[in-house]
Design a protein around this ligand. Sequence first.
Ligand SMILES: Cc1ncc(CN)c(N)n1
Length: 211
Amino acid sequence: MSEESFSAWLRAQCADEWEAVAGHPFAAAITTGDADMRHYLEQDFLFVDSFTALLGAAVASADSFAARVPYGQFLGQVATAEEKTYFHRALAALGGSTEAAPEPVTAEFRALMDEVRAAQDYPLIVAVLCVAEWSYLSWAERARKPLPETFVHREWIDLHEGPEFRAWVDFLRGELDRLGPVLPDERAAQVLETFRRAVALERRFFDMASR
Ligand SMILES: Cc1ncc(CN)c(N)n1
């Protein structure tokens, strides 16, 4: 590893796959208001359930009070703004269901989140959370103003960019950057493996939504 931060190093190890997520045609179509969001949001509603549980595991497994606080704050937002209001309003407008059967990639993503949550392994938990949030910031910040008029697209972009979301991603990256340098090599390799798995799943999730 060179001078770069641990999080930058992790991303650089899967740079092509990362760009395939950030520049994915489905993500680009969200930014222009052209994406068909129904199936995607039905599946993401299932994703967000495990993601919320993972945030709870981050609160529980973080190694300091200072770190627990941002997780708790974000958990509160996901449980109120994202899950309670956006998903229900968007799926109602699109004629979608909150009880869809999980696609294989959704089940795999949930399994990865459940695996690191059950292990209460803080560095691996941060790796998955960081990929999920940083990769979403990476596509959402490519959106050009004016944002799409349809609330389903516009609010989904708004939820994943802007100063608050950027600060949240900076916090997650900061946690990886704090932990990485003191991890033994085999633990750092485990974090990289988990980071890679999550990036590959993000790409497949957008592939699934494109069909
Ligand atoms: C699949 C996926 N990855 C990430 C995010 C960002 N919260 C999301 N909503 N869905």
